[in-house]
Design a protein around this ligand. Structure first.
Ligand code: GCB
Length: 652
């Protein structure tokens, strides 16, 4: 990684300095418990108040963070994690745009407040979209972006005197602008014959509901004051030896020692090292394989890092254990390779979305979704259209599900959204995303955006810079974005490693005419390939389908039409996957909520499962196809074991 970063600066230094961007400060390791670290989750009921004042700024004018929120006026109970939109009966809250306020008291263990050698950190997994955080009325953090974590070191505040609890206040604003990711616009309607004074709406160019709130866990965790701040691991394979390159960043002291130890799944030490940077060699390494490619897929080693530091108070130790999968990823003119073998993505696009909780993290839903992915025989998904919760990525590592990790760069279509202000923010978001997800073996490719107006003139410079920056941050993974532009007009595809194309033949174009799909799809693939000679993924295709609607001969919105459309796509995919098409991802795994519009019958219904995760007919069709594809993926001469083709969940 060091080499990567050095390389990054060599290539991009002048460019980045030019637009005033510094690489992010500090790491963002997932907060794991260890012998030196504790964590305390703050999930549950928080106090909540939406600021319905005309300018939405009453909370700041009256400084609601200074005293308990209930003293400011009427407040509600609000579950965390959850979106706030769908839990109540108040229609105004469902579509609220502006500042909302969350608050809760946390009781701290005595040692945390008295031991000055303990560092106490407040971590917010996701606050959509802009967040300001106070602890006991003192401002501790601000963050832009709804899908990535941020932290504040609150040690000084909680260790400044006798204290057994602290009050955490978080103000969150879901307003989107042309420079946010995703972008949006506020439109004031000034015709007083039609709208009341001050009336406005928020418009977006993306097709999912702009749920807001505290969507993931909020927690406190501790480390010693000298601590392991970041770990970066990249892996390679030399014959049958696995190579694990590591780089560790320590904060708090310059006088420390680092020991690293790599353990196999049985807990046996297979390699050891010392110092902040090095390479571990693992003879006869077990590689990390996607779950349908190997009898023992998703093999994870554990990298145990031990820091020993000399401080004024004596020696302190910090321990952190990182799961490590040894694997390689490579792209050729016509293949996507994992561990040197061609990999075909047969999977889904998802959303973080469900009834009531909106985008709130939910373990039962997550496990259900993974069981459905297995039932389907899906080996991959794209995190359309934003980074998902860290726990999702961890399960992909453990189950061997391959991920295309996508940024919230969805709906970049306005000219202003290609400005330097937007670009700079997008570069920072990629830094946050790579920093968070760089160590997941399941992540095999970064997607910087979905369906931008990549035919607009500024798109060339914008995506050249963005993709180069992402590659410089992580030279070990290919980079893409997802296009729906015409192959002749697209100015950004020259910079990608894999071409990801969305198309909706016989849905948005020539609707009702499934007979044109084969010709149009073949033309699509051939045009892109002839122009670029890069592997192609059909990154979206699908049809709106209301479960229980049946029409034969098939009509749009019926289950039969969805199946029929998919079958037409599959004919061409089966031809082209023998050449250069390396994947197919259905739109969408499940129905999901969108803004209201005449095109949407309570959300987008292109799911092969309903929003409640029940299968439509197309799910059975895809299931048959995906398991067939899995069985074609011969590895080490043997087909995927037939017992996999049941309802069995992932096992270890
Ligand atoms: C797309 C978008 C996706 C939409 C989908 C649709 O191209 O990438 O966000 O939901 O089409 O159903 O219109």
């Amino acid at each position: 990684m060091l080499r990567g970063l050095a390389g990054a600066w060599a290539v991009l230094g002048p460019l980045l300095w030019g637009c005033g961007l510094a690489l992010l400060q500090g790491g963002m390791l997932y907060p794991r418990e260890s012998r030196s670290r504790e964590r305390k989750e703050l999930d549950g009921l928080w106090r909540f108040r939406a600021d319905f004042s005309q300018n939405r700024r009453q909370g700041f004018e009256q400084q609601w963070y200074r005293t308990p929120l209930r003293e400011s006026g009427p407040s509600l109970d609000m579950p965390v994690p959850s979106s706030f939109n769908d839990v109540g009966q108040d229609g105004r809250l469902r579509s609220f745009v502006g500042w909302v306020w969350y608050e809760r008291e946390a009781t701290l263990p005595q040692r945390w407040t008295e031991d000055l050698g303990t560092r106490v950190v407040l971590r917010i997994g996701s606050a959509h979209y802009y967040a300001i955080v106070w602890v006991n009325g003192v401002h501790v953090a601000e963050h832009e972006g709804g899908h990535l974590p941020f932290e504040a070191d609150i040690s000084k505040l909680v260790q400044s005197g006798p204290l057994s609890s602290c009050r955490i206040t978080i103000a969150i604003n879901n307003t989107l602008s042309p420079h946010t990711l995703p972008p949006g616009t506020i439109l004031y309607k000034t015709d007083t014959s039609k709208y009341p004074k001050g009336y406005f709406v928020q418009n977006t160019n993306f097709d999912f509901f702009n749920y807001a709130g505290l969507h993931r866990t909020v927690l406190l965790y501790t480390t010693p004051t000298t601590y392991i701040d970041d770990i970066t691991v990249t892996t390679d394979v030399d014959q049958d030896t696995g190579l694990v390159n590591y780089q560790i960043v320590v904060q708090g002291s310059e006088h420390f020692q680092l020991e690293v130890c790599l353990l196999d799944e049985e807990g046996r030490v297979v390699a050891k090292g010392t110092g902040g940077r090095g390479q571990l060699r693992v003879p006869s390494a077990h590689l990390w394989w996607p779950y349908l490619m190997h009898e023992h897929p998703a093999y994870l080693y554990s990298l145990e890092v031990k820091l020993t530091a000399q401080t004024a108070a004596g020696f302190v130790s910090d321990f952190y254990t990182l799961p490590v999968g040894i694997r390689t990823v490579a792209v050729t003119e016509s293949q996507f390779r994992i561990n040197g073998k061609p990999f075909y993505f047969h999977g889904v696009n998802k959303h973080e979305d469900a009834d009531i909780r909106g985008k709130g993290f939910d373990w039962p839903l997550l496990v259900k979704d993974f069981n459905l992915l297995h039932w389907l025989g899906a080996n991959a998904f794209r995190t359309s259209h934003y980074p998902y919760a860290e726990e999702v990525m961890q399960l992909c590592d453990r189950y061997g599900i391959v991920v295309i990790d996508e940024s919230p760069g969805v709906g970049i279509v306005l000219a202003q959204s290609f400005s330097n202000v937007s670009l700079q923010h997008h570069l920072e978001v990629m830094e946050e995303m790579v920093r968070r997800d760089k160590n997941h073996p399941a992540v095999v490719m970064w997607s910087v955006a979905n369906e931008p107006a990549s035919f607009l003139k500024p798109a060339g410079y914008y995506f050249k810079t963005l993709i180069a920056h992402t590659k410089a941050l992580d030279p070990s993974r290919p980079v893409t974005f997802v296009t729906n532009s015409n192959y002749e007009a697209d100015l950004a595809v020259p910079y990608v490693d894999v071409i990801c194309v969305n198309s909706y033949y016989s849905w948005y174009h020539d609707y009702g005419h499934m007979e044109v799909i084969q010709l149009q799809l073949a033309t699509q693939f051939e045009s892109w390939y002839k122009t670029y000679q890069k592997p192609i993924i059909q990154s979206e295709y699908g049809a709106e389908t209301i479960t229980g609607f049946h029409e034969d001969p098939p009509l749009m919105f019926s289950e039969e039409y969805q199946k029929g459309l998919l079958e037409q796509y599959h004919v061409v995919l089966d031809q082209k996957r023998k050449e250069y098409v390396v994947g197919e991802l259905i739109w969408n795994f499940a129905d999901f909520m969108t803004d209201q519009s005449p095109q949407r019958a309570i959300g987008n219904r292109k799911g092969i499962f309903t929003r409640q995760r029940q299968p439509k007919s197309a799910a059975f069709l895809l299931r048959e196809r995906y398991w067939k594809l899995a069985n074609e993926t011969k590895y080490h001469g043997s087909a995927v074991k037939s017992q996999c083709v049941g309802n069995s969940p992932f096992t270890f």
